[in-house]
Design a binder for this molecule. Sequence first.
Ligand SMILES: CC(C)(COP(=O)(O)OP(=O)(O)OC[C@H]1O[C@@H](n2cnc3c(N)ncnc32)[C@H](O)[C@@H]1OP(=O)(O)O)[C@@H](O)C(=O)NCCC(=O)NCCS
Length: 215
Amino acid sequence: MGMATLTALLRTGSFLSFRGRLIPPAKEVETVRYPKECVLKECVEAVIRPLEPGDRPLLDAFYSRIPESDRWFMNYDVMDTAVMDTWFDAVEKGSICSILALCNETVVGQGSLYLRGFGATRHVGRFRIVVLPEYRQMRLGTWLLLDLIQLAMDQGLEMLRADLVAGVEDGAIEAVKKFDFFKFAELKEYMMDIQGNRQDMVIMVKRLHKEWSDF
Ligand SMILES: CC(C)(COP(=O)(O)OP(=O)(O)OC[C@H]1O[C@@H](n2cnc3c(N)ncnc32)[C@H](O)[C@@H]1OP(=O)(O)O)[C@@H](O)C(=O)NCCC(=O)NCCS
């Protein structure tokens, strides 16, 4: 399926979803159901499901295969056991919604939605998607993004935000633009890459609607 077709399906509210069935427009679908089967390029099949407490070894194995240069731009150190303990606690408490993509019981991608849950930015969700290098450019990131958008809508959020690095994460910047994210702000030379060079941070934002059919 082409990106244009996928976008058109989303705009009309007819969202191709799990098990290859066309599910009715969002109005009739209150919750996202898992596991969600998706077909990637070259007919590779993946399953998306929520992260579970027992997934720690699978997730550790996943991050050990993510290049350090990619992990550098995450907001926390996924290789640090104590940090990941705290992170799993946050998932348990519901301030992080995380989904995994698996192929043959191996995690090949992860998407996480961060909820403030309080105060002036409680209507804004932040997200991060990471895909194994050998599974990139196969549409897995797109599937994970679609699912995170749905989760954000389920949570009643009004905005989704991703902080990306110009010149480093341009692929991701272009990808989210296809789903109506726009450049909200740019912080010049705000970030430092792994070599110590200053890079611009781009804040990409998407306004959310209560239902897909509101688009
Ligand atoms: C960004 C990332 C999640 C994309 O995942 P992916 O599975 O490769 O994404 P997709 O295959 O669904 O690609 C979707 C679109 O992204 C764009 N894209 C992805 N990688 C790209 C690259 N290296 N260069 C240019 N465009 C790229 C393309 O526009 C593509 O659309 P197209 O296939 O219609 O051309 C993945 O590259 C990754 O894990 N990168 C490291 C972490 C990161 O940068 N995360 C972004 C934070 S949200």
